[in-house]
Design a protein around this ligand. Structure first.
Ligand SMILES: [Zn+2]
Ligand SMILES: [Zn+2]
Length: 198
């Protein structure tokens, strides 16, 4: 399994979200166990936060390969499924950060009021570092609610003949074409056509 370093390198910075994603992927890969060669792992993510970058690196599920599915619900929930059977795990983040002390609260207040002094910046950075360490070291059971699920995902065809947009002349994947007055348009041009007409 890949280490946190590799995840940070891909993402470009260290942050609590990335640490969560790393722990989610670790827990998922452990729970899913070995996969046979004809099985494909699919990750369904319910947000587009920093965490998703860790999941891509760790699980190898990416948009380009078509095995990373975004359901943009703004929830910290991640489901990993094996194709074709559809067996998998659903991981929901339940961790609550330990409460901040008075001193930290006042630093946050100063920070939100625009105070970027060395003292405030240092305190915020140190606090973030402690949070990341806490996430990396927490017990899996304290971080997540994990349950077994079964969900059959439709295998999506990914190669379509392209059609030229009647307005911009650019090629568009067949199913994404919208017809207006019997002429094919790409999405942006459909918006423009509507604008011209109204
Ligand atoms: Zn980040
Ligand atoms: Zn167009």
């Amino acid at each position: 399994m890949k280490g946190f370093e590799e995840v940070v390198q891909f993402h470009g910075h260290v942050c609590p979200g990335l640490a969560f994603g790393f722990r989610v992927a670790q827990a998922a890969l452990e729970a899913m166990g070995e996969r046979s060669l004809d099985e494909e792992l699919v990750a369904v993510v319910e947000n587009r936060s920093c965490a998703v970058d860790a999941i891509q690196v760790m699980s190898g599920c990416t948009f380009g390969k078509g095995n990373l599915v975004l359901r943009d619900y703004g929830k910290q929930v991640y489901t990993f499924l094996k194709r074709p059977q559809g067996d998998g795990v659903r991981i929901s983040v339940k961790w609550i950060a330990p409460p901040e002390d008075q001193e930290m609260t006042s630093y946050w207040q100063r920070f939100s009021q625009g105070d970027r002094s060395a003292e405030v910046t240092r305190a915020i950075k140190a606090h973030k570092g402690r949070k990341i360490q806490a996430i990396l070291q927490a017990d899996t059971a304290d971080l997540f609610e994990i349950r077994r699920v079964k969900e059959q995902l439709a295998e999506q065809a990914r190669v379509y003949p392209s059609i030229r947009c009647a307005r911009c002349g650019e090629k568009v994947m067949g199913p994404m074409i919208l017809m207006t007055d019997d002429r094919p348009f790409c999405r942006p041009c459909t918006e423009m056509e509507k604008g011209v007409k109204s």
